[in-house]
Ligand binder design. Structure first.
Ligand code: FAD
Length: 630
């Protein structure tokens, strides 16, 4: 549906609502007479393929609100009242519901609104049925892993859900497969960027020896000059900044990009840049021309050994490298569907009948019953495909939230609300906020990226080529990864190369040469303008080219594709190259106003699940303290 079609359709409905649709204001009634899509038999979005993530139908009304502030003129009174209305059904919004209910009691009436056809926000599940095999993958938030240890609040929530990452790591991973098939990393050099299509295995993991690097480079389609420069960057102990103290070096590194460091300080051949260009993509959704050399040192990119920098963070480092260096980071664990399992367990905690079962292990195979999410008898209700369009404090100290669902707008009342949605949208839906806060919120724009799940009927090509992870420095997707080998509950990943398996590919649609934020604007526009057919063509071609030498044939081996498109992906992190010294304006942006509080990972300046949980807890605490003080 084009924006014009949408606006015309909505204008008609809103006019009809304003001109006399009788409001139903009986408590607890409202939508119950209607049967929403999520209540229909067979509704099961994890099995949907094609364009997922911000799928068609999930964002058009939000963009209409952004583009036309007068868009929302009237709405139908839904006749519902809640203690808490949560906008955003991601991990932050679901956690906010959990913390609120824990504090207020099990009878607290909570409504969670989300614009997508599934809950979880970025923490989504993709499923495929290939023969008699049910394959599961993450559609976004992939792993429990953070640059800081999970706080007592976030760790406490995991424990409450019975998630124990260290124990799960021990009990569920199977390290045997990669050893048996000698699977490791590789780099796919593409013809357009490097003159030749070639997959070159790279041994040595994150810390290859000089010999391993030399062996890898000898096979790479690169000139001798470029090979020598890359070898020097990766192995040399030369001090490229002689005469400066460690603090001075760090300060200088924080004021230049890694690309400039390699070109101007290390004085490498410009042809080394394409090899490293996307080394930062998985961290910040853009390349090394937009990220500071200091942050690249912080995440372990090569070329800094001879500078002998003490491993301590500075104020001019980004959240990820800075916190990792300060604290050593968190435990890590990956469920088959990533942190969608956390979202599903939160939903089970809030609405037990919706995700049947009792243990973490049995939750993996449990099929969510979406018809149970929004039942009038339940204190907690999750309403999907519902975009909050307006939120305001009312004179009685409560809140009113208006949301769009299908072609209708509805008004609901709450005592309080947590806006756990993408923060940059809040100025549009909450116009009463002070201008300074709206300006601050507008700076918190997420990073676009795509995580593509591809179901394969077999992985013989990976086994033959000895790779499970492929960097693609010039590819449409920046990396290709074979699903991990694990057994949890009744979920068993493929053991034989003849069995079906999931792979994941990540694309970061940045525009090198611009500042980080401008790269993301360009990337977001590109994502929204790119049809699924373009993704599909590129996926098939990239896999054929990277794995063709192992006998891969996309026409035969691909069983299904879900492109999880996230124009608003990672929460923004401080970047010393483009942000003011004082950092992102998080405190101003997330200030509570009346009965409206703000959460989401955006409010914490770090794109991590523990941040999303901590911010939910802060927002709920603010609301409850304010209510107590009133
Ligand atoms: C591809 C990808 C991979 C990631 N990998 C990891 C990882 O491995 N580990 C990690 O810790 N973190 C990862 N992250 C970061 C991830 O964002 C957080 O971990 C966490 O899932 C964020 O939760 P959230 O609830 O704050 O935000 P979100 O997940 O974005 O949820 C917010 C929800 O609010 C909805 N919303 C927005 N506006 C409205 C509105 N007006 N009305 C109704 N609903 C609205 C959004 O559509 C969304 O569903 C990843 C993110 C992406 C995009």
């Amino acid at each position: 549906m084009s924006r014009r079609d949408f606006l015309q359709g909505a204008a008609f409905t809103l006019a009809a609502a304003a001109s006399g649709l009788a409001p139903n204001i009986a408590f607890g009634a409202g939508l119950d007479g209607e049967r929403a899509a999520q209540d229909q038999p067979g509704y099961y979005p994890p099995l949907r393929t094609g364009m997922r993530g911000s799928h068609p139908g999930s964002f058009e009304s939000a963009h209409a609100i952004r583009d036309d502030p007068t868009f929302l003129k009237g709405a139908e009174e839904a006749g519902e009242a809640f203690d808490l209305i949560v906008v955003g059904g991601g991990i932050s919004g679901l956690s906010a519901a959990h913390f609120y209910r824990k504090a207020v009691g099990p009878d607290a009436r909570i409504l969670i609104l989300d614009n997508h056809d599934d809950f979880g926000g970025h923490a989504k599940r993709n499923e495929f049925q290939v023969g008699d095999q049910r394959l599961i993958a993450s559609g976004g938030t992939a792993l429990i892993s953070s640059p800081t240890p999970y706080s007592p609040i976030a760790d406490g929530l995991l424990k409450h859900l019975d998630i124990h990452p260290e124990k799960l790591t021990k009990d569920t991973y199977d390290k045997g497969r990669d050893k048996e098939f000698n699977l490791g990393a590789g780099v796919f050099f593409d013809k357009e960027t490097f003159g030749e299509d070639k997959l070159v295995p790279r041994t040595g993991g994150y810390h290859p020896s000089a010999e391993e690097t030399a062996k890898f480079l000898a096979q790479a389609p690169l000139s001798d000059a470029v090979r020598n420069d890359i070898l020097a960057i990766e192995t040399s102990s030369k001090d490229y900044m002689p005469g400066l103290s460690a603090d001075e070096k760090k300060d200088r590194l924080s004021r230049m990009s890694y690309a400039d460091y390699l070109l101007k300080v290390v004085q490498a051949d410009p042809a080394v840049i394409p090899f490293y260009q996307r080394a930062t993509d998985l961290y910040w959704g853009c390349g090394i021309d937009a990220i500071s050399a200091l942050d690249c040192w912080g995440i372990g990119l090569p070329g800094f050994d001879g500078l002998e920098l003490p491993p301590t963070a500075t104020a001019r480092m980004g959240y990820t490298p800075g916190k990792q260096m300060e604290t050593g980071g968190s435990y890590t664990y990956t469920f088959p569907d990533g942190n969608a399992s956390i979202a599903r367990l939160l939903v089970r905690d809030l609405i037990p009948a919706a995700v049947p079962g009792n243990t973490v292990e049995d939750s993996i195979g449990a099929r969510t019953d979406y018809a149970k999410l929004d039942q009038s008898g339940n204190p907690v209700r999750i309403r999907l495909s519902s975009t909050a369009a307006h939120a305001m404090n009312t004179e009685d100290g409560h809140v009113q939230v208006t949301y769009l669902r299908g072609d209708k707008a509805y008004r609901v009342k709450g005592k309080q609300t947590v806006l756990a949605c993408w923060n940059m949208m809040i100025p549009f839906i909450c116009p009463e906020l002070p201008q300074s806060q709206k300006d601050a919120l507008r700076t918190l724009v997420k990073t676009p990226l795509v995580i593509t799940s591809v179901a394969l009927t077999n992985w013989r090509a990976f086994a033959k080529l000895g790779v499970s992870y492929i960097d693609c420095p010039g590819g449409y997707h920046a990396m290709i990864q074979l699903g991990q080998s694990m057994d949890i509950g009744d979920y068993h990943s493929a053991k034989s190369p003849d069995e079906p398996i999931m792979i994941q590919m990540i694309r970061t649609p940045a525009q090198p040469g611009l500042g980080e934020r401008e790269q993301h604007i360009a990337g977001r526009n590109e994502l929204l303008a790119t049809p699924f057919s373009t993704f599909e063509r590129n996926i098939r071609s990239q896999l054929n080219r990277a794995l063709g030498a192992g006998g891969f044939d996309a026409a035969r081996d691909i069983a299904g594709i879900a492109v999880n498109r996230w124009p608003h992906g990672y929460a923004p992190e401080y970047n010393a190259l483009v942000d003011p010294d004082e950092g992102l304006p998080l405190i101003t942006a997330r200030a509570r106003r009346g009965s409206i509080a703000i959460a989401n990972a955006d409010s914490g300046g770090g794109a991590y699940t523990d941040v999303a949980i901590d911010q939910a807890h802060r927002a709920v605490t603010e609301l409850l303290s304010a209510a107590q003080d009133a």
